[in-house]
Design a protein around this ligand. Structure first.
Ligand SMILES: [Zn+2]
Length: 180
């Protein structure tokens, strides 16, 4: 049976799955390496472990900021769409879907750049960004879209304090400015 063209194809799913598998393998390798190092009692190994600890906790801050932002966005969008995906308005909200990739750090935690969506719509966006993009422009306007794109191309560096601030901001209640 032929799928409608907008669905993610079998090959695209296979590619997504392969990438996830490779990522898991890399993680397992790193874990094994860390375990081996932590068993060596030398000063050098301990220094290395300390360095990794620091890197991990920064990573943990980013992870916590992502989680707080995701909850915030999904809660924000549960109201206008009755808990349903903003795009298809059928399936329930499962994801905080970014319009512009999270790799663009300057808009990674920008509420303009995210929307509560179902998993299917979020997955489709990677290969067929035109649907979400068209929806967004129809809702917010071409000018706002150009502003968002411009902002996404800014270089953003976050200190640990910045990340803590982002976490606190999105863990709090919905800001008044966003209710409008
Ligand atoms: Zn959807």
């Amino acid at each position: 049976m032929a799928y409608p063209f907008s669905r993610v194809t079998r090959q695209e799913f296979a590619a997504i799955r392969a990438r996830a598998k490779a990522k898991a393998a890399r993680k397992a390798e790193k874990r094994a390496e860390n375990a081996a190092l932590s068993q060596e009692g030398t000063q050098e190994a301990r220094g290395g472990a300390r360095k990794r600890q620091k890197a991990r906790s920064r990573k943990a801050l980013v992870k916590a900021a992502d989680a707080a932002f995701s909850l915030h966005i999904r809660a924000r969008d549960a109201e206008p769409f009755g808990g349903r995906c903003s795009l298809c308005q059928q399936a329930p909200i499962e994801d905080c879907a970014h319009l512009i990739s999270r790799g663009k750090h300057s808009v990674r935690w920008d509420p303009r750049n995210a929307m509560g969506q179902c998993r299917g719509c979020n997955l489709r966006h990677e290969y067929h960004p035109q649907y979400y993009t068209a929806w967004w422009i129809k809702r917010h306007g071409e000018e706002a879209y150009q502003a968002l794109v411009r902002d996404s191309n800014q270089i953003a560096k976050y200190s640990r304090a910045d990340l803590e601030e982002i976490i606190a901001k999105f863990n709090g209640r919905k800001s008044d400015s966003e209710k409008a």
